[in-house]
Each structure stands twice: as structure tokens, then as C-alpha cells.
Design a protein around this ligand. Structure first.
Ligand code: G
Ligand code: G
Ligand code: NA
Length: 254
């Protein structure tokens, strides 16, 4: 409880920031978007990454407050980048508990109303496949309700969770994000290569966009493109960076 209270205080004290990691179309070199990744700038402990504090609050009300903060912060960033002529889709991570709450859609609508110059199609929501553990009809309807507002979806860490073909069919996310654990060893592990090829082909059958995460080298990128995956995110392109560095990075990326 002490940890939860400290995290609550951090939110009130504005100690959270979003870092951004680019997503690119490897074939065209176009920057298509940025994933917003939460960071806690602790006054004495320095930068704390989400895996060191989110697990403490994943099942609490606080994850909802943080989700709302992330949503509004991302929209503020979208409007700044749009003014600078950068139409990047920002992806935010939303916890299953928050997404399944009855008021999620209202949180999204409120944030859009608060940011009237944000084109909703520049916001994407990344959901873990574990949302599929909830009521699949409700979840897919909620995805459609959000899409009706213009917002798009990606299924995160795809392949690691509870995915079945049936879930894939019924969850209308536009994009599948292949988990980095599958990407890491494709250069030397034939089983991982075959698996990733199957995921890419399955995604295509279901008419989804495919993005690979954890793309650490050019060799990974070349192989992924050969397998039919055009979009990538990973240290080989850029590490997550503070907002101030993003435009400068983009200007040097070709
Ligand atoms: O950036 P990093 O690799 O430390 O992130 C670790 C994990 O934390 C990622 O897999 C990501 O899904 C999750 N994460 C990052 N930012 C957020 C956020 O704003 N909200 C939630 N719920 N999860 C996040
Ligand atoms: O699963 P999700 O997309 O939320 O995870 C993104 C996380 O993965 C980020 O926190 C980021 O720091 C981390 N990440 C991004 N690119 C790479 C990479 O190329 N290699 C490794 N090991 N981690 C990465
Ligand atoms: Na993510």
C-alpha cells in the first residue's frame, strides 16, 4: 500500500513523463508513428521504467488514473506535432482493467473533447491480447465504438498470450504487433523464423497490418521485409526518447 500511495503521489506531483519510440515503414522509410512509453522521473531514484512500478498497480484503480493521464498527455503531444507538420500516430498502452471499465469510452471521448485540434485517427490504442479474457463480445463492441470515433487499435505482444484464431477473428484491431521475443532470434532460430512467418501470413489473411517490435539490427529488418512485414519498431531504428529529441531524430532519419 505504501508503494501504491507513493505512485499516486507521483501522479499528482507530475513525476511521470512519456518517452517516444518511432515506428517506421522499412520499405518506404516513412515514420508512421510513435509509441508512448511511460517513465517515472523519481526525484531521488532517477528514471524508473514501467515494469518496476506498473505491476504494483495493474489491478488497482490507479491504473485507470494513469491511463487517463497518458491519454491526455499523448493528445497534447499529437497537437504539438501536428502544428509542427508531423502527422505521427501516437500509440498508447492501455491496461486491460482500464479498457474493460464501463467508463473507458467516456474517458476517451472526454480527452478528445478536451483536445479539439487532435485528429482522432492519430491516436492508436495498444491492447494486450489478455483483453480477450474478458467478454469477447463486449470487448469487440468497445473496440468498434472507439473506432467509430476514429481511433485505431493494435494487439500488443501478439503471439505470447491467449490468442486463438477465433479471438483474432473477433477482435477488430487494425494492427498486430509481433512480440519481440519472436523477433529476437529469427536470424539463427529456424523455429522462430517459421513462427513469425506464420503470424505474418495469418495477419494478412485477416487483413491486418503487421508490425514487428524489438527490431535490433538491419539484418532483422531485411529478413522481416522478406517475410512480408513492412513495419518495425526497435533499438535498430531508435530507442525510446524524450519528447524534445523526437523531431531532431526524425530530421536525421532517412
Ligand atoms: O518502455 P519499457 O520497455 O520499459 O516498457 C515495458 C512495458 O511497460 C511495455 O511492454 C509496455 O507495454 C508497458 N508500458 C509502457 N508504458 C505504459 C503505459 O503508459 N501504460 C501501460 N499500461 N503500460 C505501459
Ligand atoms: O510490448 P511493448 O510494445 O509495450 O514493449 C515496448 C518495450 O520494449 C519498450 O519499453 C521498449 O523499451 C522495449 N524495446 C523496444 N525496442 C526494443 C528492442 O529493440 N530491443 C529490446 N530488447 N527492447 C526493446
Ligand atoms: Na505496447
Amino acid at each position: 500500500h505504501q508503494t501504491i500511495n507513493r505512485i499516486k503521489k507521483a501522479l499528482q506531483a507530475n513525476e511521470f513523463v512519456l518517452h517516444y519510440q518511432p515506428k517506421v515503414n522499412m520499405r518506404t522509410g516513412v515514420i508512421v508513428g510513435m509509441e508512448a512509453l511511460l517513465r517515472w522521473q523519481h526525484p531521488t531514484k532517477g528514471m524508473i521504467r514501467p515494469l518496476d512500478f506498473l505491476p504494483h498497480i495493474e489491478k488497482t484503480e490507479l491504473i485507470v488514473d494513469i491511463g487517463v493521464w497518458v491519454m491526455n498527455q499523448a493528445m497534447q503531444q499529437i497537437s504539438i506535432w501536428v502544428k509542427a507538420g508531423k502527422s505521427w500516430v501516437i500509440s498508447i498502452n492501455i491496461a486491460a482493467l482500464h479498457f474493460q471499465r464501463i467508463d473507458f469510452l467516456q474517458h476517451l471521448k472526454d480527452a478528445l473533447v478536451r483536445h479539439p485540434n487532435v485528429p482522432p485517427n492519430l491516436l492508436e490504442i495498444e491492447l494486450l491480447e489478455s483483453v480477450a479474457l474478458g467478454d469477447i463480445n463486449e470487448v469487440s463492441q468497445l473496440i468498434r465504438d472507439c473506432q467509430a470515433l476514429g481511433v485505431s487499435f493494435a494487439l500488443d505482444d501478439f503471439g505470447t498470450g491467449y490468442s486463438s484464431l477465433n479471438y483474432l477473428k473477433r477482435l477488430p484491431a487494425e494492427t498486430l504487433k509481433i512480440d519481440q521475443s519472436f523477433v529476437r532470434d529469427i536470424l539463427d532460430d529456424n523455429d522462430d523464423l517459421i513462427m513469425i512467418e506464420a503470424i505474418i501470413n495469418m495477419g494478412k489473411v485477416f487483413n491486418r497490418r503487421i508490425i514487428a517490435e524489438g527490431v535490433e539490427t538491419a539484418e532483422h529488418g531485411v529478413l522481416l521485409m522478406r517475410l512480408g512485414c513492412d513495419f518495425a519498431q526497435g533499438y535498430g531504428i531508435a530507442k525510446p526518447m524524450p519528447e524534445m529529441q523526437v523531431v531532431a531524430w526524425a530530421n536525421t532519419y532517412v
